[in-house]
Design a binder for this molecule. Structure first.
Ligand SMILES: [Zn+2]
Length: 463
């Protein structure tokens, strides 16, 4: 019997992921306008990507690479345009055999099976610098639903648990994944939206054992429910959006103040572009990272400044979605910075799945004062290749609770400072769609004296 999804040996995992990566690249390269062009541009035959290691050689891309102007319509080029031929080429054995049997009998069931695999039927909206739709087929929704059942187990929940979600009710990956997870396990779930009075009313109607709240608003929701005496059954607080250590500690304190002393605080997270939620396991209490699904995700890390593969410690998280056939995201730059991807079995729950450790969510996209976000990755990409720039730093400052801040670029030039900064500014505007808050030229000494928390080698965060 095949091992369950979280108990495969390292060898089984490698061979499974190599095979799924091969299939995914072939399906994607054959039927998405963007990927067809992309493989031609990088001079790689899709058939040469035959393993997870080979996949790591494909340059990572993000939303600005697919749509340089930030036009959501351009993201449609990621959607697979399948036909029957694509279905036959890229569908797995049992499903294909069942479909072909139905075709022989000219059954309408044949068309249904083909369509469930190739026709985009539903969309969620995501994105960092701009919002864009991500398409799912029926088959994709089935995969997200199965992942939801696993999410529930990782969180240590059962069908007896009752979920109350204070996440906005909208076509987002987070809301959709929570809803499908509860459906998959048959657990009662209420989704009143994010308005505090609606959440409180729902909690009094059906006191939850599990409360899901956006990480940023966890405090106010917990306080409101505590004041309404609606937390008596609570065993689990889910922080939706990978919490920082400070946010986690604040949630624990708020629960304690509300006289809830036994509930676990666990993070769940869908990186930008993802359709499934990853969870921290209950056994770890949140200390061993987000547990991924080896048959749905390949998680890798790139240098956040350049997008190049393979820094030793930490970098930007890059995701390849396996088996999903609506919008196809290969080597997708998520904008999340992570400390590491750990592929050893979880020391707490012993699941053998890759774990994403130390996530700083969406750290590389900053909403500036005007409210319009700036994608730091495009900015660093524009600076990294310039011969007339010796060295540089990007300082993100004043980033408050709402994420707004300033982005200041410091340049050490090797030519006339005025000319170089004008040229660099023009490049940045061309690829990022806008200018940083400020661009200053300086010397190597002053550059070395800039202070802040190092988000990447050259991007500093100053509170
Ligand atoms: Zn674990």
């Amino acid at each position: 019997m095949a091992a369950t999804w979280d108990k495969r040996s390292a060898r089984q995992l490698r061979s499974l992921q190599d095979e799924l990566a091969r299939n995914q690249v072939r399906a994607v390269a054959g039927s998405s306008a963007y990927w067809k062009q992309r493989f031609a541009d990088i001079g790689r035959a899709p058939s040469s990507i035959d393993s997870v290691d080979a996949l790591a050689a494909v340059p990572a891309v993000g939303e600005r690479d697919v749509s340089p102007t930030g036009d959501p319509a351009a993201m449609a080029r990621l959607v697979l345009q399948g036909g029957e031929r694509q279905f036959a080429l890229h569908t797995s054995g049992p499903k294909l055999r069942r479909a072909l049997r139905l075709r022989l009998t000219r059954s309408a069931g044949y068309r249904r099976i083909v369509e469930s695999e190739i026709k985009p039927t539903s969309y969620v909206w995501a994105g960092l610098g701009f919002r864009y739709p991500i398409a799912s087929t029926r088959g994709d929704l089935d995969a997200v639903t199965r992942a939801g059942a696993r999410l529930w187990r990782v969180l240590g929940l059962t069908e007896q648990d009752a979920l109350l979600s204070a996440v906005a009710v909208a076509a987002t990956p987070e809301h959709t994944a929570l809803q499908l997870a509860a459906l998959a396990v048959g657990a009662p779930a209420l989704f009143p939206g994010e308005a505090l009075d609606a959440v409180t009313a729902a909690a009094r109607l059906a006191p939850p054992t599990v409360l899901a709240v956006p990480t940023l608003t966890a405090g106010e929701v917990v306080r409101a429910l505590g004041a309404a005496d609606a937390l008596g059954r609570l065993t689990t607080l889910l922080l939706v959006g990978a919490p920082t250590a400070d946010e986690r500690a604040a949630a624990v304190t708020t629960l304690r103040d509300a006289d809830v002393t036994t509930a676990a605080v666990l993070g769940v997270h869908a990186p930008s572009g993802a359709r499934v939620l990853w969870a921290e396991c209950r056994e770890s209490g949140g200390s061993t990272g987000l547990h991924t699904y080896p048959d749905l995700d390949i998680v890798q890390v790139v240098d956040a400044d350049t997008g190049e593969p393979g820094p030793d410690a930490g970098g930007e998280l890059v995701v390849t979605q396996l088996g999903l056939r609506g919008s196809a995201l290969l080597r997708w730059r998520t904008g999340d910075l992570v400390a590491a991807v750990d592929t050893t079995p979880c020391p707490a729950c012993s699941r053998n799945v890759a774990r994403v450790v130390g996530t700083a969510r969406q750290a590389l996209v900053v909403a500036t004062g005007s409210g319009r976000p700036i994608d730091v990755r495009t900015l660093t990409g524009a600076l990294a290749g310039r011969a007339d720039v010796q060295d540089w730093r990007v300082v993100i400052g004043g980033r408050a609770r709402d994420g707004h801040g300033q982005v200041v670029v410091h340049l050490v030039t090797s030519g006339d400072p005025g000319e170089v900064s004008v040229a660099a500014a023009a490049d940045i505007r061309a690829v990022a769609g806008r200018l940083p808050t400020q661009l200053v030229t300086t010397d190597a000494e002053s550059l070395a004296e800039l202070t802040g928390t190092a988000l990447t080698r050259r991007v500093l965060l100053r509170r």
